[in-house]
Design a protein around this ligand. Structure first.
Ligand SMILES: Cc1cc2nc3c(=O)[nH]c(=O)nc-3n(C[C@H](O)[C@H](O)[C@H](O)COP(=O)(O)OP(=O)(O)OC[C@H]3O[C@@H](n4cnc5c(N)ncnc54)[C@H](O)[C@@H]3O)c2cc1C
Length: 530
């Protein structure tokens, strides 16, 4: 069956796309609005602003790829579609970070779990982070709008065996669990979402809002890395970008973008980095601080029957049993999910080397993996990380505090209990020195005494948030509750960097809904002004 390629068709129909790697001299482009980044925030903003009748340029550092090149191979997907070839790490290398770098941003490679912002997060932001007008009632219509736009609905098929284990464990223990809503249309249930959807079923920005904006006349400039914002007297006057090569290395070709309004949607870490590089006003030194990751722990479990966690929708069940149990600012809660189990991904996140690692990978198809995403940014001792500029770019310093390790131990115990309840023969908490554990009784004791430490314990993240927080109090926020800069009248930030804490839920739908609200308001303001 032939698979339609909406990107190829759109380009043939005359979309305005400039691949900056093909330029041999600099260029200046102008529009009503310039958007930096084409992921969850940038994609939604681009569609809404073009629909309102504004001219829009989207500047994206990554390449424009399409389903034709998504061949389900990790060795191609990671270097082509992820920042730092999926090898990004925190300063001390203790946390591995996945972030997309391609048109569509992280939505091109994400796993499609779609969850509205939890009420506990919204209430916390209103009470402690000076965020206004973002209550459950005010936001729900925006989530509904984006759920309809992106075909978000509950996964109707049988969960794959990896997710079934999570479900069975919860059922046995009487723990809460939920069937996940996914942004897919005609999903083939392949399980390769993380390598770019080969059949265009995932309703990522790559196949929804970006094509819609381009069909309405927007311009997309890919392989162009925004370096800094020029500003004067409380206004942004231009954006300067560097054309990249096909391999995404630097060139000396400079692109200049001018607009009435500028939107940063480069994602957490990168939007703050661009602002830091631009030396923007930041009297309270907030930029890049409080960057959150939902630092995530892994527990492997061997089952007798094949799990084949690489096959089928990667995430279809989650458990919120422990996320808010001790109150928002109590002990750090954790959400239980499973990841897709692909060989390179899992080999890089498991333990040992040589023979022991080979033995682990020998049992690859019997391996179930459960993850615990720790909810950071609420407890007073959970302040997240800080982005710093370096000679070559940026680094994220994210110290893992005692309060994190305390929750990590609880999370490892919950995961082991769940996996044994689901029928696991052996459980392996992913932390150096841990043996295979043969029963819940044995695991309970071993986990209570296990050594937890940076670089020993595997910690990963696919949820980067914060660093440019929203709110009304200038002492704790860089943009207002609609994402508009406190200091530059024609600058907004629309991406995951504006969250004042992590979410305790997978972030994409929060970014879609909040951006839809903020971009709609901005479009009204800009249209009225013109
Ligand atoms: C492997 C993986 C799985 C995930 N699974 C899920 C999931 O199932 N559910 C969920 O809710 N969330 C998931 N996420 C997270 C979710 O996709 C992100 O939180 C969301 O896409 C972030 O949106 P954003 O707009 O902030 O940034 P992004 O979507 O990351 O977009 C930012 C864009 O800006 C570009 N950019 C950065 N710097 C520059 C620059 N200087 N110049 C030009 N362009 C620049 C980047 O290349 C990128 O394309 C996953 C993420 C990953 C990586």
């Amino acid at each position: 069956m032939a698979i339609q390629d909406p990107i190829e068709e759109g380009l043939a129909s005359g979309w305005k796309h400039i691949d900056a790697s093909q330029l041999n001299q600099g260029k200046t482009l102008e529009a009503d609005v310039v958007i930096v980044g084409s992921g969850a925030g940038g994609g939604v903003a681009a569609e809404i602003l073009t629909q309102a009748g504004l001219t829009v340029i989207i500047v994206e550092g990554g390449p424009l790829k399409s389903s034709k090149s998504f061949n389900m191979e990790e060795r191609r997907a990671y270097p082509n579609l992820y920042h730092q070839a999926a090898g990004m790490k925190t300063k001390d290398k203790a946390i591995g970070i996945f972030q997309g770098r391609a048109v569509g941003g992280s939505t091109t490679v994400n796993w499609t779990t779609s969850i509205r912002t939890p009420s506990q997060a919204l209430d916390f932001w209103a009470k402690y982070k000076s965020v206004t007008n973002l209550s459950r009632n005010e936001l729900d219509p925006w989530f509904k709008k984006m759920e309809q736009r992106l075909n978000i609905s509950q996964w109707g098929y049988e969960p794959n065996r990896n997710n079934q284990a999570l479900k069975h464990g919860c059922e046995k223990l009487g723990w809460d669990f939920t069937v996940i809503k996914r942004n897919v249309k005609g999903c083939w249930n392949t399980g390769y979402c993380g390598m770019g959807c080969p059949v265009n079923a995932k309703q990522s920005m790559l196949v929804t809002t970006i094509p819609s904006a381009l069909a309405l006349g927007a311009t997309l400039v890919s392989r162009a890395k925004v370096m800094q914002l020029e500003h004067h007297d409380g206004k942004i006057t231009a954006i300067k970008a560097q054309a990249l090569t096909e391999q995404l290395t630097s060139t000396s070709i400079e692109l200049i973008f001018k607009a009435k309004h500028y939107i940063l949607s480069a994602g957490a870490i990168h939007s703050p980095t661009i602002l830091l590089r631009s030396c923007v006003t930041d009297p309270h030194k907030l930029l890049g601080k409080r960057t959150f990751l939902h630092p995530t722990l892994l527990s492997g479990a061997l089952f007798d029957d094949p799990i084949n966690g690489h096959s089928g929708a990667p995430q279809s069940i989650y458990s919120d049993q422990f996320v808010w149990r001790d109150g928002a600012d109590g002990e750090l809660g954790y959400k239980l999910e499973v990841p897709p189990v692909h060989p390179v991904l899992i080999a890089s996140k498991t333990l040992g080397y040589g023979k022991s690692h080979a033995a682990l990978m020998d049992n690859f198809n019997q391996l179930q993996v459960t993850i615990a995403l720790i909810r950071d940014g609420y407890h007073p001792d959970s302040q997240g990380g800080q982005v710093h500029l370096t000679d070559t770019g940026f680094e994220l310093d994210y110290p893992l505090a005692d309060v994190f390790w305390h929750s990590a131990r609880r999370a490892f115990a919950s995961m082991a209990e769940l996996q044994f309840a689901a029928g696991a023969k052996q459980v392996l908490p992913m932390s150096e020195g841990m043996p295979y554990l043969n029963s819940w009784k044995e695991a309970k004791l071993a986990i209570a005494n296990m050594e937890l430490a940076p670089l020993k314990t595997v910690v990963a993240s696919a949820h980067v948030m914060g660093g440019c927080p929203m709110g009304e109090d200038l002492n704790m926020s860089m943009v207002n509750s609609f994402g508009q800069s406190h200091y530059y009248e024609n600058l907004s930030v629309m991406d995951g960097s504006i969250f004042p804490t992590s979410l305790g839920a997978n972030p994409q739908l929060s970014i879609y809904g909040i951006t839809a609200r903020n971009a709609t308001r901005l479009a009204e303001q800009l249209m009225t002004a013109s």
